[in-house]
Design a protein around this ligand. Sequence first.
Ligand code: MGD
Ligand code: MGD
Ligand code: SF4
Ligand code: MO
Length: 908
Amino acid sequence: MHQARTTCPYCGVGCGVVAELAGERIVGVSGDSEHPANYGRLCVKGSALHETLGHRGRLTRPRVDGVEVDWETALSAVAQRLAATRSEHGADAVAAYLSGQLLTEDYYVANKLFKGFLGTPHLDTNSRLCMASAVAAYKRSLGADAVPCSYEDLEEAELVVLVGSNLAWNHPVLYQRLKVAKTRNPLMRVVVIDPRVTDSCEIADLYLGLRPGSDARLFNGLLTWMADRGRLDRVYLEKHTHGLEEALAAAREEDDSVEAIAADCDLDPERLETFYYWFSSQLHVVTLYSQGINQSSSGTDKCNAIINCHLAGGKLGLPGAGPFSITGQPNAMGGREVGGLANQLAAHMDYHTPGARDRVTRFWATESLVPTLPEGPGHKAVELFESIERGEVRALWIMATNPAVSLPRANRVREALETCPLVIVSECMADTDLLDYADIVLPASSWSEKNGTVTNSERRISRQRGLLPPPGEAKHDWWIITQVARRLGYGEAFDYAHPAEIFDEHARLSGFENADSSKRLFDISGLAGLDRAAFDALLPIQWPVTAAAPRGTARLFEDGRFATPDGRARLIPVRPREPEQALSEARPLRLNTGRIRDQWHTMTRTARAPRLMNHRAEPFIEITPEDALALGVGDQQLARLRGAGGDYLGRVRLTKGQRRGEVFVPMHWSDRFSGSARMGSLLEAHLDPLSGQPESKHGAVALESLPVAWEATLLVADDLPATPGWCMESAYWARIPLAHGQRWQLAGMPEQADRDWLAWLAGHLPVTPALWLDDPAGGRLRAAGIEDGRLRWWLMVGPPAELPGLAWLDERLAEAARGEALSPERRRRLLAGCDDGAADSGPVVCSCHQVGQKAIVAAIRGGEASVEALGARLACGTQCGSCIPELKSLIEEQRATHAEEEKAPCEP
Ligand SMILES: Nc1nc2c(c(=O)[nH]1)N[C@H]1C(S)=C(S)[C@@H](COP(=O)(O)OP(=O)(O)OC[C@H]3O[C@@H](n4cnc5c(=O)[nH]c(N)nc54)[C@H](O)[C@@H]3O)O[C@H]1N2
Ligand SMILES: Nc1nc2c(c(=O)[nH]1)N[C@H]1C(S)=C(S)[C@@H](COP(=O)(O)OP(=O)(O)OC[C@H]3O[C@@H](n4cnc5c(=O)[nH]c(N)nc54)[C@H](O)[C@@H]3O)O[C@H]1N2
Ligand code: SF4
Ligand SMILES: [Mo]
């Protein structure tokens, strides 16, 4: 056994991880106590990392036109087809779509190849769906895509405002840090601005549940409120900024009284004014914003409305102050550093940056190429797929992202992919929706195998280290790209033998002709020249890293000098706009989409850890009890959402945390996990005009109940061959990986009411039922398939609420996998009730210790009325702490229910 340090591959917090290695396996992970992002903490996703590894389900061989081939054939095919497309249709017919989950070194060589050598500007990234508006706003205002703050500023602030960020679920370690800081400083206040009551409200002193999309109005109001009450920092504004008057004038174009703004935002005026008062009376304010702001057709303006207020109050460039755009993906920031957005060139230089094109051309020595560097920006993500629809882009290389799920209007994206003559996909998993559309599939190495760097939300560069060999023939992304480049004839420029060499070149370019780095802030020339050993030993460090700042830079703009041509920041006039996706009679509900605590995006990795599947096992639709009643749907029933480009089926979850007229769905389900639960198909593609970021938070949908005749749960051993596509015979299906098999939730429509289960099972599963318990009148049925005395599958027809504890059954599948037969006692139990008699403990609340909701409610009812007491009794909430907000809500709910019950008898 030995230990190695690396970095978590999920969110932009960028936690340091210590991996325990035993031979060629990682057997455990823990937080790196020396990493400045997390100081030893990990959230539930991070701490389950080792459970997501293993060779099963990985892509291990390249494929060309559906046929497995060796690397030589695959690489030659990629090079030859890209070259052919370019020579027949021009450089503009070739494009790449990358991801904030690539390492900086992968990203650098991809950008260099496509923009520098293939000469196409069409290289964009999924960061367009994520950070583009935040980037555009920082550049417009501060002159550079540069987050001013550090995580420490969150801890040093007196007021922290979370806007459109569910930090508790999506940046859990940062949330834990904030929570601890708040306990240490009882004067610290936290405000949450989000149309949904989220778990982040646990620590909120003030919650503003605003009307979706109204944030710009709210922050414009704050600006004029500050101006009217003498709370501007006139000295700071005078010395360091431009544009106050224009910004104020724009904000005053609408009635800027607190009452009018509160009415527009659908907020209580007193609460709104409390926020205004708090914000303006504190100097040390951090406003942390995320997708509730960015994923909007006016996201750039919303970010600027926030930044305006910070500039106007001089709340920036100080400890505990600043507008803090929190990064989503582990390397969204690194991707922007190398120039991974279609409007960038390289190393934070844009096409319009004076001298940049010439400088990059000389640095890459591409003077003699035809065509040379593109003249101007290329297509942004959504536009890229539109250009494929028009037949312009004809060859697309997609790496480490799944546009068939995550882009709005996803069904049209799929059609575009179908018509695109050449689709190349680099991916590490064998089974994703996107691979159905790939002409060439390239197996990539994954976390724990990959070696390079990532940059987190606070500009901190950390090492992800290659600890294990990739499975089969999987290769590193940087290797694949450079091998293709060599076959295209660019061997000399792509002659890297190790990621350290790529990093060195990237570091040198950042400092190349950058003597006055106050304009090109991204400068890590202080990290140039690292050899492999030094690269390996690199400690986490925040850029800029220069000769003047060799140990990195924690905070930017401390001297009030910005990266704009005249060194002053700009306040931007903002005119609030409504979401573009309009509500109508046909689609009267506002659709909000986002993340859940335990899953990462399309679940290709997190779903491999069965314990992460149990918090939210199925696709769902959150709605208020009042709206549900009016629409005739009940809690846990199945329902259909109808959106602009398709339908979504999920289970209804009633919640008081949702506003009336609004629904929330998770972004995670793909066709691999459910029949019809891709939220991307519900949304139209409306873009922010400046950033090109789509409006993923504000769809318009209708909801109706799904009148199912039956529901069933089927557990199937992992190695049992089932007929392909059998789940399609149900109106609704969801697959939920277990530790030793798969659980399928199925439901049928009235026309499927008379399903002959015996025949159906025989038609799809190789093992006929050996145990059978039927109650046709009650619509209940249980059956089990037993082969050589081993449990192979188990079926229950009946409402999921009647499910027994599935862990017991999963354990029987585990025995079967080990070749152990059921003991007579267990056979009897299977017959009697198919389980050990324990009821299902409900959705898992504490994923670390697998404690279910029903068990927690029972303990609360039994008198354990605090998080600590529950922890002592059930261990829930005692490890990563992510479930504590939910534990608190359950305690509150039970207290309320108890009070109701107490009260009930006295009422007439
Ligand atoms: N568990 C988990 N963590 C993740 C990820 C994951 O997949 N799973 N993904 C990572 C990535 S890439 C990203 S980008 C981040 C995203 O992190 P977040 O931005 O925190 O995530 P979301 O859940 O998409 O949206 C945040 C909130 O915006 C709110 N919102 C919606 N509309 C509005 C509005 O009009 N105004 C305001 N003020 N709020 C609104 C939503 O209700 C939601 O609670 O998370 C990262 N962390
Ligand atoms: N409606 C709606 N849509 C959204 C969002 C939303 O909130 N609402 N959020 C948006 C945001 S912020 C984001 S970031 C996107 C995320 O959406 P995507 O980027 O599409 O989602 P992922 O599942 O992360 O896709 C990454 C893929 O790369 C693979 N992969 C992982 N590591 C590697 C690697 O090292 N190399 C290679 N080659 N492949 C790898 C994974 O298996 C996976 O298939 O979704 C966006 N779409
Ligand atoms: S907070 Fe983010 S980076 Fe840290 S362990 Fe969790 S997912 Fe990984
Ligand atoms: Mo993201």
